[in-house]
Every structure is written in C-alpha cells, then in structure tokens.
Design a protein around this ligand. Structure first.
Ligand code: PLP
Length: 401
C-alpha cells in the first residue's frame, strides 16, 4: 500500500481563521441585524489599477493573434519584467543584480514553501514567534519538525528577535512583519546579516510588505545591508504592493554569491540549485500576468499603486491613532498594513476577540493564533474601506473609553 508523507501528521491544525469564521457566523445567527465589521481581513480589497488592467487586456489580445501568441515562457520569467524589477526595486537603492539572480513566480507563498527543497532535512531553522505560519508548516512537511526554534517577539523586547544560543542554519525574517506590523532598522537588520556571515547561516528574507514602508531608516531590501548578498535570499510579492492576490505574481532574488555546503565540504551556489528546482517543477508564470506586473512599474502604474497603498496606510493610521488616543498600546501600522494591539487589562487574545465581537460587532484576529508570544495581542488590518475602519474604531473607542 502506498504510504503518505507522515510529516503531515505533525503539522498543527490551524483553527485560527475557521474558528473566527465559526464564532462570527454564530454571533450573526443570533443577532441578524448586527452590522459586523471585519478588521481581520488579510487580503487587499481595492481593485487593480487602470494601468494594470490595460496591460492585462493588451496581453490577452496578443494571445489571440498568430504573430504575438506565446506558449511556454522562460521558467525564470521574462526579461522585460526582470529588468524592470532590478531597475526600480534594486538599482534605485544602490543594489546591483544580474538578470539571472531574479526568478519570477506565482507569488511569495509558493517560493517560501518551495525553497525548502534546496536544504538538507537536518538543518536547524529559526523563526520568530509570532510568525507567518507558512515558514513553520513547510519545514514540518519537509521533515524538520524537530529542528525548528523560535525567537519570541513582544513589547518586552521591542519586537526585535533575539537569536537562540544554538546556531541556526536557516533564519526566516519577515519585515515589515506579518502579523505584528513592526520593522527592523538598518542597524538592527545588520546584526542578523553579520551573524549569518560569521556563523555560515542563511537568511530567508520575506519582504512581501516592503511597499508599505514610510520611514527612512527601515530597509526595503536586505541587500541594502553590506554583505547580505553573500547570506540572504529575498522574497517579494505583487500581492499587497499592487493588489495581485488574485492575479498571482511574485519574485525571489537568489544572488549567485549565496552558497551552502555539500557533504564533501565544497560550496554550492544556491542560485544554481534554485534554477534547477524551478526548471524541474515549475513552468513559469503566465505571460499575461507578467505583463500586468510590468505595468506596475510604469509611471502611471507607480502613481496608481502608491495611491492604493496610501489608502490602506491612512486606514492603518486611523486605527493606530484612534486606539492610542484611549490609552491602548498599539504597534505597527506605520510601515505595514497591520496593527498589533495589546489587549486591555491583561485579557487573553480570544477573550478580547469575543469582547469586541459582542460589544462592538468588530472582528479582529487573536494574536495567539500566530504563536504563543501573540497571546495578549490581537491583529487588526487596514485592508477594509475607510468608512468601515472609522466606524469600527469609533465603536471600540466608545466602549473602551
Ligand atoms: N509573506 C507574508 C508575510 C504574507 O503575509 C503573505 C500573504 O499574506 C505572503 C508572503 C504570500 O504572498 P503571495 O500572495 O505573494 O503568495
């Protein structure tokens, strides 16, 4: 009989979003007139900008004409998009990359999960707590359930992770952070890069929320830190930057200077392995989608996507300031669409969730669902409409004041 990959049995069932949906539905069934507002949305809500839509239409039309029809494209992505990425996202910050160091994909989640194919099961992995669960679950699937260490992040350490005593082989960092919305400054991130260089560790840097950065000292790319091109792989996404959660496009940067060791002690360039992995298991992101992503970099595309980000950041600011004005402890929301809120009077995350649902008809995400250090916090997101954010915060203020 065929046997399953038993590592799946070691993955903790995530009840977080199903439990939120269940509790919300239950409340709604007994309060049919309640106008429930969700500040738990982890998905964008604003439509794609015009420039992207125009580009999508053009690319679709090209596919219907003999001369411009495209079949399989390069597994690594089309040069027209890679060149724009390098120019706008990296050269503009003083970072140089070769075209074959950027790999286009259908989003950051796939790449973050697939990158594990490159590494031996025995590697020790460290993630933050709270954490975006994909890093943990994909490592468990790959057989590293017993090799995962956690770095607790809370108000007590200013949400700056402390590296464990045992040297990790792989360090996952996500900045701006989901779920806490917090960031690292350049000098804080430099400590991780220096550590990785000294110990031979690899940093997997998820900067899916880079477009939300507003503060000068917050790095957009890990490659802004000297030496990072030797020790870090960076993951980016058009999902939150340009509303592509349903369109699907992201990219991963694997500098040719990042290496890992083979059993005989020789060093292997991870760029070569990732290229091999992608060419074997992935047949490229669709031409139409890559043309849409290219449009994000046009002057009009930049203007329109930045307006959408500003809309969400304005919501984030309203949530942050509104809650702070009644004495609540709030974090994030300045360089990220997420606001991490300390529950009042030491309430548990779920108790505060129930309280907000019942008293304010507002849905949030209990922080403990992202890891034990999230207990005593809830996550609020700025992805809803301005009107809903304002009404939700007004309701919360009235009840908690
Ligand atoms: N990384 C983080 C931290 C995220 O929060 C998300 C999506 O919520 C992703 C990656 C996935 O992005 P994508 O839509 O590109 O797969």
């Amino acid at each position: 009989m065929v046997r399953v990959n038993n590592n799946f049995s070691k993955i903790r069932e995530s009840y977080l979003f199903s439990e939120i949906a269940h509790k919300t539905a239950e409340y709604r069934s007994s309060h049919v007139d309640a106008k429930i507002i969700s500040l738990g949305i982890g998905d964008v809500t604003r439509p794609l900008c015009n420039e992207v839509i125009k580009s999508l239409h053009t690319a679709v039309d090209e596919m219907g004409v003999q001369e411009t029809f495209r079949g399989y494209g390069p597994e690594q992505g089309y040069k027209f998009l890679i060149e724009k990425i390098i120019k706008h996202d990296y050269n503009s910050r003083g970072i140089t990359l070769d075209a074959d160091e950027v790999f286009i994909s259908d989003g950051a989640k796939s790449d973050l999960g697939n990158i594990g194919d490159l590494f031996d099961t025995d590697n020790l992995v460290v993630v933050t707590d709270p954490v975006y669960p994909v890093y943990v679950d994909t490592n468990i699937m790959a057989g590293r359930a017993d090799n995962i260490m956690y770095m607790s992040c809370s108000a007590e350490n200013n949400f700056i992770p402390t590296l464990p005593e045992k040297t990790p082989d792989i360090i996952y960092l996500c900045y701006p952070n989901n779920p806490t919305g917090t960031t690292l400054t350049k000098s804080e991130l430099k400590k991780f890069v220096d550590f990785a260089k000294e110990k031979g560790s690899l940093i997997l840097y998820d900067s899916a929320y880079e477009a939300f950065i507003t503060e000068e000292d917050v790095p957009h790319s890990i490659y802004e830190i000297p030496g990072a091109k030797d020790v870090a792989i960076e993951f980016r996404s058009f999902s939150k930057t340009a509303g592509f959660t349903g369109v699907r496009c992201g990219y991963t940067v694997v500098p040719k200077t990042v290496k890992a060791s083979a059993p005989d002690g020789s060093l292997i360039a991870l760029n070569k392995l990732w290229n091999r992995r992608q060419c074997t298991k992935f047949n490229g992101t669709s031409y139409i989608v890559q043309r849409a992503a290219e449009a994000v970099y046009s002057p009009q595309g930049q203007k329109e996507t930045k307006e959408n980000i500003a809309y969400y950041l304005n919501n984030a600011n309203f949530i942050r300031e509104g809650l702070a004005s009644i004495g609540m402890q709030v974090y994030g929301g300045v360089n990220a669409p997420y606001i991490w809120v300390k529950t009042p009077q030491g309430m548990g995350s779920w108790d505060f969730f129930d309280f907000l649902l019942e008293k304010c008809n507002v849905v949030v995400t209990p922080g403990v669902g992202f890891g034990p250090s999230g207990e005593g916090y809830v996550r609020m997101t700025s992805f809803g409409t301005k009107e809903n954010c304002e009404e939700a915060i007004d309701r919360i203020k009235k009840i908690l004041i």
